[in-house]
Design a binder for this molecule. Structure first.
Ligand code: BYC
Length: 336
């Protein structure tokens, strides 16, 4: 039944909405101006919902990639050829665990809990980098991951140090410094095998390069004209350089490094283009990429199962840490 009171309530609500949307428009204008000005947006600042969601998606996927990325290399810690190589690999894998933690913390500042992010990974709703769904078959794969995978990661991540969201940008500065060490150790391990190794070791390096080249250049994501998130993320300064531009920069730098190393990149169409001042390259198999990110790569199931197992088996550690933290804060509560 319609009443006059309802009419008044409707009017009040309408007025409140109008005030709210005028307020929101002002906030939106201020946010846009800060983005245009190149200012950092901080966690407590007003931001559009879509900006927040995009950041949580990208930062949490980045964190998941670091944590899942520990698995293919961790597989070789117990089989590293020397004590020195083992110590280097241990440090690298631990760094990646650390990167995951900074990134989860940066994403948490946006109001999503770590448990929610982990649940999204374990249920298959959140993605992690396609590259970690390929197997590490030989010791040379560890070197090639350092050279190509960490090399691609640096190319992608250096521009993120200038990302518009402050906590993500700041986390990336340290991540990039550590990634540089990761790239160098991989290249140096390969150089040692190529220059001082046996013929069998050189064959092993070439085989690893052949298997990792195409997945590495897919890491930058789909071509710009098939990348649904790019245009908006570029406008917001979350992404500073497009997927295709980063891929091209990576290829241009890597071809020269491959020459020094003495390996061949498995693309007969790789050729310097004088006019473009870039290397041309062959057709990327995007069906393979989309198949891998849909969960059907060679190791997707194995990787997720390993993460879920580690999470379940670590439950007692989390419980003990929480109980300890609660005990530490008890005297503070009593004093208050
Ligand atoms: N793998 O619109 P697009 C590392 C998804 S870890 C899987 O271009 P966006 C390292 C994309 O998420 C390297 N999925 O997306 C660690 C989107 O799907 P949703 C990780 C991918 O976000 C240990 C859809 O495809 N680095 O370096 O604008 C050891 C459409 O794509 C991939 C980062 O995470 C992929 N490769 O751009 C060693 C860096 N590419 O989410 C090394 C931060 C695309 O809509 N992330 N997709 O369902 C980024 O810069 C961007 O998120 C991307 C993708 C360039 C990856």
């Amino acid at each position: 039944m319609y009443t006059q009171a309802m009419d008044t309530m409707g009017k009040d609500e309408g007025a409140a909405k109008a005030v709210r949307s005028a307020e929101e428009m002002k906030l939106q204008e201020r946010f846009d101006a800060r983005i245009d000005n190149g200012d950092f947006i901080e966690a407590k600042d007003w931001m559009p919902d879509h900006y927040r969601k995009t950041l949580v998606r990208q930062i949490s996927q980045h964190a998941h990639s670091e944590i899942v990325g520990m698995l293919p290399e961790g597989n070789w810690i117990s089989r590293a050829p020397t004590l020195k190589r083992k110590a280097i690999l241990l440090a690298k894998v631990q760094d990646e665990g650390g990167h995951g933690l900074y990134l989860y913390s940066a994403a948490e500042t946006l109001g999503t809990s770590r448990d929610q992010m982990i649940e999204a990974l374990h249920s298959g709703r959140a993605k992690y980098s396609s590259i970690f769904n390929y197997p590490t078959l030989t010791w040379a794969d560890v070197g090639v991951i350092g050279w190509l995978v960490d090399g691609a990661a640096i190319m992608n991540q250096v521009p993120i140090c200038r990302c518009s969201f402050g906590p993500y940008a700041r986390a990336m500065i340290r991540v990039c410094r550590e990634e540089s060490f990761h790239q160098r150790q991989g290249y140096e391990a390969l150089l040692t095998m190529m220059e001082k190794g046996t013929e069998a070791q050189r064959v092993m390096v070439q085989d690893a390069v052949n298997r990792w080249w195409w997945p590495s250049i897919m890491m930058f994501g789909p071509p710009d004209d098939q990348s649904p998130n790019s245009a908006q993320s570029m406008r917001w300064g979350i992404k500073r350089v497009s997927n295709d531009e980063l891929r091209q920069k990576f290829i241009d730098a890597t071809v020269e490094q491959a020459k020094l190393l003495g390996v061949t990149l498995p693309d007969p169409e790789l050729k310097w283009n004088e006019e473009r001042q870039h290397y041309d390259f062959g057709k990327i198999d995007w069906d393979e990429f989309f198949n891998v990110i849909a969960g059907n790569g060679p190791c997707n199931r194995e990787r997720l199962a390993a993460r879920v197992k580690a999470w379940d088996e670590g439950a007692w550690v989390r419980e003990a840490a929480m109980a300890y933290a609660a005990k530490q804060t008890e005297p503070m509560k009593e004093a208050a």
